[in-house]
Design a binder for this molecule. Structure first.
Ligand code: MN
Length: 263
């Protein structure tokens, strides 16, 4: 499958920013309290000047109205963490394949900015291309077809018009299909190198930072182009996983997040 380069949004960082933290793929869910707690501490305690959440913060999101429907629920607790963090420093959010229905009403209420995928961040004298990464996994053909459908405004209008309970049921069934696929040993595609290079060249950026694949690594794509992959978070795993990629004028640094929240 070939791809065309989508429009690249631009974000100009204020000149006083010294460090920017990128995270993704926390897959927050009520059944994983250790990951939620580590994220909560990170959001409260990071010394970074801004936080960029690059998709799949939530395992599932079926509509912003779920927060109001269950004010003491897990989604509402997550929203509170974002709201508190955004009072202290700018927080930006990009959709992933799990939480693409996080909407303006939720983000506006939190004071969190929505980032287009991809966005080039002009910061610390460099252009950093930020993406969730799913649109670059060209060999996931069935998923990309699904993505094209569910990202259309019409599908989203129709889905969000359904009763909350029905949406939750649909999300559970999609999730169990994907769990079945994982258990069957299906191989997930990785980011396509030619597509990543095309995106970087279109964005005039030397570095792509993305998540989604859960394969943290630094890839040299040739011609001084690089691809840095974020880690997913699972603080209940052995050993626990949780990582922040901190951008600054001196480059990129991976920082482990552990149960004590120390960076
Ligand atoms: Mn993803």
């Amino acid at each position: 499958m070939t791809s065309t380069v989508p429009p690249v949004a631009e974000l100009l960082a204020p000149s006083h920013w010294r460090t920017v933290d990128c995270i993704s793929d926390l897959h927050l869910q009520a059944s994983e309290p250790a990951t939620f707690e580590a994220w909560q501490r990170f959001m409260a305690e990071t010394p970074a000047d801004a936080i960029f959440i690059l998709g799949d913060l939530f395992e599932v999101w079926v509509g912003d109205d779920a927060v109001d429907a269950e004010p003491a629920g897990f989604d509402a607790a997550c929203v509170q963490v974002m709201r508190d963090a955004a009072l202290r420093r700018p927080v930006f959010f990009m959709h992933g394949n799990r939480d693409f229905l996080v909407g303006h009403s939720c983000l506006d209420a939190c004071g969190v900015g929505l980032l287009d995928d991809p966005t080039v961040l002009q910061f610390a004298g460099q252009r950093w291309l930020l993406s969730h990464g799913d649109a670059l996994c060209l060999d996931d053909v069935d998923y990309l077809k699904f993505r094209a459908v569910v990202r259309s405004p019409q599908w989203q209008r129709e889905f969000l018009a359904k009763p909350l309970a029905e949406r939750q049921q649909i999300a559970r069934s999609i999730r169990s299909q994907s769990e079945d696929r994982k258990r069957s040993g299906a191989v997930y595609a990785d980011v396509d190198t030619a597509a990543a290079r095309a995106w970087l060249q279109a964005a005039q950026a030397p570095v792509l930072v993305h998540g989604h694949t859960h394969r943290p690594a630094e890839h040299d794509l040739g011609d001084s182009l690089q691809r840095w992959v974020l880690s997913d978070w699972d603080l209940a795993a052995t050993p626990p996983r949780g990582e922040v990629l901190r951008l600054s004028a001196s480059g990129m640094q991976r920082l482990a997040v552990d149960g004590s929240g120390y960076l």
